[in-house]
Design a protein around this ligand. Structure first.
Ligand SMILES: C[S@@+](CC[C@H](N)C(=O)[O-])C[C@H]1O[C@@H](n2cnc3c(N)ncnc32)[C@H](O)[C@@H]1O
Length: 237
């Protein structure tokens, strides 16, 4: 069974305040120790960057990028989340433009186009929360400048799922944080489905990590860097 955007948004609206309180100003240990180090390494944010933060939550990673001097357009489909992000990141509102937009909808994504192309795009732990990702890479590709990069971290689909299906995409309910008011919708896609969307949009993948929470052999997340390359030959010349 596939959950709709309406169902998934209703859960995030119900959970937005809880999420913001739990993440606070510094995010949780999982984000700080498992997600952020490799995302930041692959993204390598510079003061000259203009970055699109996809499904930004309460904006903590946008604030990290703004603190490096980058200009950021950050969006989330939850209006409540964006209100909370604006409040929490009040010191950075000259560097971050927070918007309500839906990552499943091309019209909504293209409205994020500004007077310059994005140098980079990032999405932390949201791909598995997004109902339909078929248009996302194509739209991000169009919004990025030549050689722009899209770094995303998401649940490792081989090891983190509550069902026994791997090859067939499907959705299920789960909790991001224990005690959250409402269970949220998760969307499982295999690695080949995720990677093929990157390739079909025209990206090449030139960075990849699998990271685990604590010392163990089974990773919890993947971190991928997709690079916009007008032609593969450009890359090798
Ligand atoms: C697990 S949170 C991660 C938030 C933030 N990136 C972070 O790392 O703290 C997932 C976020 O994805 C957002 N989201 C889910 N589906 C979305 C969609 N279709 N468009 C925009 N945002 C979406 C949710 O509202 C939520 O804020």
């Amino acid at each position: 069974m596939d959950f709709s955007v309406t169902e998934s948004l209703a859960a995030w609206e119900a959970n937005a305040e809880f999420w913001d309180t739990q993440m606070g100003d510094n995010s949780n240990r999982f984000h700080r120790e498992v997600v952020r180090p490799k995302v930041s390494q692959l993204l390598n944010v510079q003061a000259s960057d203009f970055v699109l933060d996809i499904a930004c939550g309460n904006g903590n990673y946008s604030a990290y990028m703004a603190a490096q001097g980058a200009d950021v357009v950050a969006f989330d489909y939850s209006e409540t989340m964006i209100l909370l992000a604006k409040k929490r990141q009040g010191n950075y509102l000259d560097k971050i433009e927070f918007c309500v937009a839906d990552a499943t909808c091309p019209e909504s994504l293209y409205k994020l186009k500004r007077n310059r192309k994005f140098t980079k795009a990032v999405s932390n732990m949201a791909i598995m929360d997004i109902t339909d990702i078929r248009c996302l890479w194509k739209c991000v590709y169009d919004l990025l400048e030549k050689d722009g990069i899209f770094v995303f971290a998401t649940q490792h689909p081989c090891f983190v799922t509550l069902t026994d299906q791997y090859l067939t995409s499907h959705s299920y309910y789960g909790d991001a944080i224990a005690g959250q008011p409402q269970k949220q919708c998760y969307y499982h896609r295999s690695l080949q489905q995720i990677f093929n969307l990157c390739f079909e949009a025209g990206f090449i993948i030139d960075g990849f990590y699998e990271e685990a929470y604590g010392i163990k052999e089974i990773p919890d997340i993947i971190i991928v860097r997709a690079r916009k390359s007008s032609s593969l030959m450009d890359h090798f010349l």
